[in-house]
Design a protein around this ligand. Structure first.
Ligand SMILES: NC(=O)c1ccc[n+]([C@@H]2O[C@H](COP(=O)([O-])OP(=O)(O)OC[C@H]3O[C@@H](n4cnc5c(N)ncnc54)[C@H](O)[C@@H]3O)[C@@H](O)[C@H]2O)c1
Length: 433
C-alpha cells in the first residue's frame, strides 16, 4: 500500500465507487473499476463520465495513472484489494434487497486469492458482513480459503467500511471525512487502515464489522429522525403562524446541544429514506420494534402528501382546483445541485398531482427527460423556464442554486415553496410550506 504497488479493484462504478476510484488514482494507485453495466464500462474506458459533477478530464487523468474499467470478474484475481460499492435498496415491501451484494460476492468468489483484502462499503444492517458475505466467500472460492480471524496474514481479509459521502456538499473535503473500518480479523483491519490511510486523513478502527455497519445506520437514522421532527414542527408552526425557518436560524445560534435540520417536501436519495429500514427489518429478528424509525418514516413519507394539500389550498385561494390546473414542479433531483433523482419527493409529488387531474410539467437543469423508474412512470421532458408564466402554480421542490428565485416569483401566478428558497422575497403569490 505504501509503495502504491497494491492493485485496487472497485466493484460498482456508481455515485460511491467512481469518486473513490478517482481518489485512489490521484494517490497513484492502479485502479480497476468493475461494473455489470457495459455502457458505463465503455464510457469510462472512452475517457467519459456519466455523473455530472465528475468531469471527463478527471477520468482521463485517472487513466494516466492506470485506471480502467471492466465487466470481467476474472480480473479480480489480479487485485490485491477489492472494495464493493453496489446498491442496497429496499424491495417493494420495504425490506432489504441484498441481491446486489450477494450477487457480487458470488461473482467474485471464484477469483479471490490468499491474502486478498475484500471490503464492503454498501450500507447495510449489522450482521451482513459476517452472516452473508463471509459464508458466500468461503463456500464460493475453489481454493477453500477461509476468512482470517486474527492477526495472521493467511486467508481472506474481510472488512466493512461505510461510505460517508455527502453529494453536493462542498464544505468538507472528501479526505477530511474520517473513515470507519471494522474487520473480521485484526490483519484485515490493519490492511484496510493502510489502504484508506492513503486517501483519508483519519481512520477510525472499530472492533468488528457489525459495529461499523451499525455506525453508518446510526448516522443516517439520526438524520432521518431529526428531519421528521422538523417536518412535524413545521406543520404545527404553520398553523400557529410562526416561521419555522426563523426559529431554526435562531436556535442554531446556541453553541452547544443543538444541530440544525431543515424541513422539506420529503426525503430523497439512496440513504436517508432507505437505510433506517434495514435496521428496523433486522430488529424484528430480535423481537424488537424500532419505533423512532417507524414514526420518522411515517412523518417523512407523508410530506409529499402535505405538499399536495398545500398546492390545492394555494390554488383554491386563486379560485382554481388542482383538477385541470397547469402545475410546474421545479427540481427533480432529491436535493440541490446534484443529478440524482433516486427516491426524490419530486417524483411522488408529480404523480400525486397528476392523479388529482393536474396537467403537470417539470424543470430541472440536470435532467433533460424522465422516464420510468421503480416507483414512477412519468415519461416527461424538461420544460424551459421561459414558459413559467403559462402555469397556474409553480412548486419549488428542489432549491437548485442556479435558479433565479426573484425572477421565478415575478413571472409566476402562484409559487408553492417547500424549501424556503424564496426567503426574503416579498409577494402575495408565495405560499411557503
Ligand atoms: N450515493 C450516496 O450518496 C451514498 C452515500 C453513502 C453510502 N451509499 C451506499 O453506497 C452503495 C452504493 O451506492 P451508489 O449511490 O454508488 O449506487 P449506484 O447505483 O450509483 O452505483 C452502483 C453501481 O453498481 C453497479 N452494480 C450493480 N450490481 C453489480 C454487480 N453485481 N457487479 C458489479 N457492479 C454492479 C451498478 O451498475 C452501478 O453502476 C449503497 O449501499 C448506498 O446505500 C451511497
Amino acid at each position: 500500500m505504501e509503495s502504491r504497488q497494491a492493485r485496487i479493484g472497485i466493484v460498482g462504478m456508481g455515485y460511491v465507487g467512481l469518486p473513490l476510484a478517482l481518489l485512489f488514482s490521484e494517490e497513484r494507485f492502479r485502479v480497476t473499476g468493475f461494473d455489470v453495466d457495459q455502457k458505463k464500462v465503455q464510457t469510462l474506458n472512452d475517457g467519459g463520465s456519466y455523473i455530472v459533477r465528475i468531469l471527463p478530464e478527471a477520468i482521463q487523468q485517472a487513466q494516466k495513472a492506470g485506471f480502467r474499467a471492466t465487466a470481467d470478474y476474472a480480473e479480480i484475481a489480479q487485485m490485491d484489494a477489492v472494495i464493493i460499492c453496489v446498491p442496497t435498496p429496499l424491495n417493494e415491501y420495504s425490506e432489504p434487497d441484498l441481491s446486489y451484494v450477494s450477487g457480487t460476492i458470488r461473482s467474485l468468489a471464484p477469483y479471490v486469492h490468499e491474502g486478498q483484502l475484500i471490503v464492503l462499503e454498501s450500507t447495510t444492517y449489522p450482521g451482513t458482513t459476517e452472516e452473508i458475505m463471509v459464508p458466500l466467500l468461503e463456500s464460493g472460492n475453489p481454493l477453500g480459503l477461509k476468512v482470517a480471524r486474527g492477526a495472521e496474514e493467511s486467508g481472506l481479509h474481510v472488512v466493512f467500511s461505510p461510505e460517508r459521502e455527502d453529494p453536493g456538499n462542498e464544505t468538507v473535503a472528501r479526505h477530511d471525512i474520517p473513515k470507519v473500518v471494522g474487520g473480521c480479523g485484526a490483519a484485515g483491519a490493519y490492511l484496510a487502515a493502510a489502504m484508506y490511510g492513503a486517501i483519508f486523513r483519519r481512520i477510525v478502527r472499530v472492533s468488528s464489522p457489525a459495529v461499523a455497519e451499525m455506525t453508518k445506520l446510526l448516522e443516517n437514522i439520526y438524520r432521518c429522525v431529526n428531519i421528521a421532527l422538523v417536518n412535524e414542527l413545521k406543520q404545527l408552526c404553520m398553523r400557529m403562524g410562526v416561521d419555522i425557518h426563523e426559529v431554526i436560524d435562531a436556535a442554531k445560534t446556541k453553541p452547544f446541544g443543538f444541530q440544525a435540520f431543515y424541513p422539506g417536501p420529503g426525503l430523497g436519495g439512496h440513504c436517508i429514506p432507505i437505510d433506517p429500514f434495514y435496521l428496523s427489518w433486522k430488529a424484528k429478528q430480535f423481537d424488537f420494534r424500532t419505533r423512532f424509525i417507524e414514526l420518522a418514516g411515517e412523518v417523512n413519507t407523508g410530506m409529499p402528501y402535505f405538499v399536495l394539500e398545500q398546492s390545492a389550498s394555494g390554488l383554491n385561494d386563486h379560485r382554481k382546483s388542482i383538477n385541470g390546473s397547469k402545475v410546474l414542479v421545479l427540481g427533480l433531483a432529491y436535493k440541490r445541485d446534484i443529478d440524482d433523482l433516486r427516491e426524490s419527493p419530486s417524483l411522488t409529488i408529480l404523480e400525486l398531482l397528476r392523479k388529482r387531474g393536474a396537467d403537470v410539467a417539470y424543470n430541472d437543469p440536470y435532467f433533460a427527460s424522465v422516464g420510468r423508474g421503480r416507483h414512477y412512470d412519468l415519461d416527461m421532458t424538461n420544460t424551459p423556464l421561459s414558459k413559467i408564466g403559462e402555469f397556474d402554480a409553480v412548486v419549488i421542490v428542489t432549491d437548485h442554486s442556479d435558479y433565479d428565485y426573484k425572477a421565478i416569483v415575478a413571472q409566476s401566478k402562484l409559487v408553492i415553496d417547500t424549501r424556503n428558497a424564496t426567503k426574503g422575497i416579498e409577494s402575495p403569490n408565495i405560499l411557503r410550506c
